[in-house]
Design a protein around this ligand. Structure first.
Ligand code: ZN
Length: 417
């Protein structure tokens, strides 16, 4: 199977077809999926899968696409799920995306025609220096591109259709799953794990060529409420206890040089206020707490709890509450117990001639939640860069290689029956 990635010649057209569709999700919506327009792409994917001969492809009532590429061997093999999300981020417009194909890239800065002040260049994206001669796709300057995660969808579609037309390549059951609303944190809310019936899976939703992520943050949310004492400001002496001032003091007392997102990188965790609302009498602060070690989350929470108590204790008639809720956990806790998913991906990436990059994700993925729902699910590269912004770009050859890695994983899986 040497260098067969170049057989995925249709991937650029396929990707551009998908990104032209506006599939932005909406955190303020309570419908499922959050926006009707996501279904435009889900329906197109359904149709393309059916036309390719994948007869069980279905779009369910929640907007999820399920499909099976049936095993072509008699051996009982683990079933592999390939997962990507159809929606794009609410942070940046996804309406009227005009994908531009820059062929034979020569490492020059790319100025986008609809807003020439937006320039995509190697200064900001050093990985562009590794793309000489490749074909780069960008948006036109007024929208995001949507490589996150349509690059992942395109790679999965190409890989599955390639396997359909190459029955000589052995593989077990391959389950395709396209989800809505990943960008607003609801991507796996309605996944039917039983129906999916896969042993492990991969999200195709990553950046640099050859990267594989088997670690995410562990994440908690903390909600703090403060109840002060209100009084007429003209007669407040010895009575008023100002909740807004207590809340401000808490936020101002956070470390300045460590344990905050602005000053942490790599494997360092943080404590981060995301929202504060206050009046004289009442205040609340929402925090997110992140670390790769779940035990460290508890240490960060104890630190924050003590800080709150120390400040509120200065006001004898005020009270505070401190509420912790779990958000998600580092998927490594699950993947360590089910090593095959990571092993196959590492081997496939290496055998494709790529340099394996294992970077922990400073965030969560649908894969972290799927892993804890019973589907061990690391994240594979799809070539996404500059995501959630007008500077988003992708290399066609990176997407081809992502498709190749998927095919190799499916083939390597047959050695593990
Ligand atoms: Zn994504």
């Amino acid at each position: 199977m040497d260098n067969f990635f170049s057989s995925f010649t249709g991937i650029a057209e396929r990707f551009m077809r998908y990104v032209r569709m506006d599939t932005q999700s909406d955190p303020a919506s309570s419908t499922i999926p959050s926006t009707e327009k996501q279904l435009d792409l889900s329906r197109l994917l359904l149709q393309e899968l059916l036309e390719a001969g994948i007869h069980d492809a279905e779009l369910d009532a929640f907007g999820y696409v399920y499909a099976t590429l049936p095993s072509n061997v008699t051996l009982a093999l683990p079933s592999i799920c390939l997962c990507a999300h159809v929606d794009t981020a609410p942070d940046c417009s996804g309406s009227g995306v005009k994908p531009l194909l820059h062929r034979n890239y020569q490492m020059q800065p790319i100025s986008l025609p609809d807003d020439p002040s937006i320039v995509i260049g190697p200064d900001e994206f050093p990985d562009l220096l590794t793309k000489r001669g490749e074909d780069i796709i960008t948006a036109s300057g007024t929208t995001l591109l949507g490589a996150d995660d349509k690059a992942g969808i395109a790679a999965i579609m190409e890989a599955v259709l390639f396997l359909m037309s190459h029955p000589e390549i052995p593989h077990g059951n391959v389950r395709v799953l396209f989800t809505p609303d990943e960008e607003i944190g609801r991507g796996v809310d309605h996944v039917d794990i039983k129906k999916l019936a896969a042993d492990f899976g991969y999200t195709l939703d990553g950046g640099p060529l050859g990267s594989l992520s088997d670690e995410t943050f562990s994440a908690d949310a903390v909600q703090i409420t403060i109840e002060g004492v209100s009084a007429h400001p003209g007669y407040a002496l010895g009575r008023m206890e100002h909740a807004a001032k207590m809340a401000s003091e808490i936020v101002a007392s956070l470390p300045q040089e460590h344990l905050i997102p602005e000053k942490t990188t790599g494997r360092q965790g943080f404590v981060h206020p995301t929202k504060m609302s206050s009046t004289l009498e009442k205040a609340s602060i929402d925090f997110i707490i992140r670390d790769f070690e779940t035990a460290a989350l508890q240490r960060h929470e104890e630190y924050l709890n003590k800080l709150v108590s120390r400040i509120v204790a200065k006001y004898p008639n005020s009270r505070s509450t401190f509420h912790v809720s779990e958000q998600y956990r580092n998927m490594r806790e699950i993947l360590d117990a089910h090593p095959l998913a990571v092993q196959l991906a590492e081997r496939a990436i290496t055998e494709a001639g790529l340099t394996l990059q294992k970077d922990p994700i400073r965030g969560g993925t649908d894969g972290s939640r799927l892993s804890f729902m019973g589907l061990p699910c690391p994240n594979l590269f799809a070539g996404e860069y500059g995501i959630h912004s007008k500077k988003e770009w992708v290399s066609v050859q990176d997407m081809q290689r992502a498709a190749e890695v998927i095919v190799r994983i499916c083939e390597l899986n047959t050695h593990h029956g």
